[in-house]
Ligand binder design. Structure first.
Ligand code: UDP
Ligand code: MG
Length: 325
């Protein structure tokens, strides 16, 4: 029988977990596969860890990775992907915005031979400003990126084992998983679905976390900002050269070299601003290089539950001895 792993990041979702678990396991049980759900507890502070432990206690098919603290959604997903071993892996949010009932549709495409099937949001049930910002984000990213990252496709997706293996070998710490998924290539296809509203509570991705994810995505998948800085430098130098010619002309030929304080100040401020922007752009990349160079593990596992020792071996947990199966 073919095997399927579902990976779900969870951060303070106590109000949703029972319903999520029920709907997810019901859907998976209807499929002709041997399945496993891998929940990644991203350092939750509510009762989520205990609830997940409860699911795992009663059922060997439920594995849990408890991260040692909150590492953020993208790293939680990466931690889950690293623990998979099935023929096909499904990734979905833990707030029921990605309805588990859509999974059979994704599987259908996989059976047809696609390596990646990503779910495309037909209709976002979210506040207008957030929808607009997300739409803008995807469109700018598509423009900037040197990889063809599909618009309106978030985490919700299915990946063949081979694709997950490639993603798992990518060493970077800045991990925008939808981008990495697109980078791998192969046969990829989008399937439209209606995104549900969050089942309960407020988004766990704070505006700050979303901003960080967006900038990570831009800088990880594009060198265009650097090129903009260079182009801007050339343009400004060109203009400065023309001004210089004009100054020389006035000084040497027309003899009317009275240059104003205002124009001097304006050009100094203008140039200063442009230089700061360029330095800032370079700084963004250097900060990321520094982050990668430090080589720290991107996430730390507090403990595992019900996960195969083989998978766990490669990444030690703080409390690994106690919960080995
Ligand atoms: N999440 C996480 N770590 C975080 C923030 C969120 O694992 O630091 C999880 C969260 O529990 C949910 C999923 O990521 O299962 C999507 O989060 P959210 O609904 O807040 O994101 P949005 O719908 O705004 O993209
Ligand atoms: Mg959500």
């Amino acid at each position: 029988m073919k095997t399927l792993d579902a990976v779900v990041p969870v951060y303070n979702e106590e109000a949703i977990l029972p319903e999520l678990h029920r709907r997810l396991t019901d859907t998976l049980s209807d499929l002709p596969y041997a399945w496993r759900v891998i929940y990644v507890d991203d350092g939750s502070r509510d009762r989520s860890p205990e609830m997940l432990a409860g699911f795992a206690d009663g059922d060997q098919r439920v594995g849990v990775v408890h991260l040692s603290r909150n590492f953020g959604q993208q790293l939680a997903i990466s931690a889950g992907l690293a623990m998979t071993s099935a023929d096909v892996v499904v990734l979905l949010d833990g707030d029921l915005q990605d309805p588990p009932e859509v999974i059979p549709m994704l599987i259908g495409k996989w059976e047809e031979g696609y390596d990646v099937v990503y779910a495309v949001k037909r209709d976002r049930k979210e506040a207008l400003p957030k929808r607009l910002l997300f739409s803008l984000f995807y469109r700018i990213l598509r423009r900037l990126s040197n990889v063809d990252i599909p618009a309106d496709a978030g985490n919700f997706s299915l990946m063949d084992r081979a694709v997950v293996d490639v993603i798992n070998t990518m060493p970077e710490r800045d991990r925008y998983v939808s981008g990495l998924r697109a980078y791998v290539g192969g046969k990829q296809i989008g399937v439209e679905f209606e995104r549900a509203p969050r089942y309960a509570g407020q988004p766990r991705q704070s505006p700050l976390k979303l901003m960080r994810m967006a900038t990570d995505a831009f800088f990880a998948f594009s060198e265009l900002p650097l090129r903009f800085a260079t182009i801007l430098g050339f343009v400004v130098s060109g203009v400065a050269f023309l001004v210089l010619l004009n100054v020389l002309y006035q000084k040497l030929i027309s003899g009317a070299a009275i240059l104003g304080w205002a124009s001097t100040m304006t050009s100094i401020l203008f140039l200063g601003g442009i230089q700061l922007i360029a330095v800032g752009v370079i700084g963004e990349y250097i900060g990321r290089i520094y982050n990668e160079a430090k080589g720290r593990p991107a996430w730390v596992v507090g403990r595992y539950r019900n996960l195969p020792t083989g998978a766990v071996e490669s990444r030690k947990a703080l409390h690994e001895e106690r919960d080995r199966v």
